[in-house]
Design a protein around this ligand. Sequence first.
Ligand code: SF4
Length: 333
Amino acid sequence: MSASVNQTDAGAAAPAKPPLEILLCAPRGFCAGVVRAIDVVERALALYGPPVYVRHEIVHNKYVVESLKRKGAVFVAELDEVPDGTAPVIFSAHGVAKTVPQNAVARGLTTIDATCPLVTKVHREAEIHHKRGRHVLLVGHSGHPEVVGTMGQLPKGSITLVEDVEQIEALEPESRDNLAWVTQTTLSVDDTRHVVEALKRKFPTIVGPHKDDICYATTNRQEAVKQVAPLVDALIVVGSSNSSNSQRLREVAERVGCPITRLVNRAEDVDWEAFSNIRRLGLTAGASAPEVLVEEIIDAFATRYEVTVDTVSTTTEDMVFPLPRELRSEAAE
Ligand code: SF4
């Protein structure tokens, strides 16, 4: 021990760091819906001045939420925490039940909807099925805000949540020949395929989307992880634990046999013990995780390893969603 201290004191070269190749998945990180939702809060702050209220986390990422809080956004769980007045209330990217904007309008609140257009598309699908007299089965995860919002598009009793294949066995809807299905946008592509196949087996006349409602960003990030995970000793997904698409990315890596998979918020959350003997690391980020946190993690590995970084790209993305109309003129300024 003292020998190593003396060596350092004498300015001798530090022991060489072990090599580590990082394979960066592409696409990764922010999707068009998240970029739009964050823009909505920032534009609203510029237009109305702080505070602006945001019902639920605008996107599921702590870093994003904390940085918007510092700019004057106030996050609330429910509308009754928003005081009467002119400060606007923004609905998060995950979407809300119909009663939420109705209650806001009844109170005279100014509302801005940051629901991702791809979630709104699922809402409209569910509504159309309902108008045509079909009972809707929503494939998704109980309790997720997007599921709460989609269930809340239709009257109680006209939409049923299906979480997995096992639940389908027990499903006995009244009108089994008049059914439709829709899905949450951030599910596992493979799990959902199995659930939909089971639905079609049990209810051959059920109607639904051509493939599913899983969004392009979720699909592309899972595909990139499928390519990278078999090539690496460990894979890190940058994202928050309440982010559905981030959790699914870690599961995808685990299922293709990656021995070590972790979902981490930031570099300070990395379990260094688990990564002590690796030579190749896969790195991706959920759709709500900013690139700065990916860079932070690469920098943290670079203090312990001689790092080289390569990108494995499975597709490119150019999706952009326009801001809500009420913010567009401000956006142009
Ligand atoms: S993950 Fe998909 S559905 Fe969710 S905000 Fe991004 S693009 Fe929209």
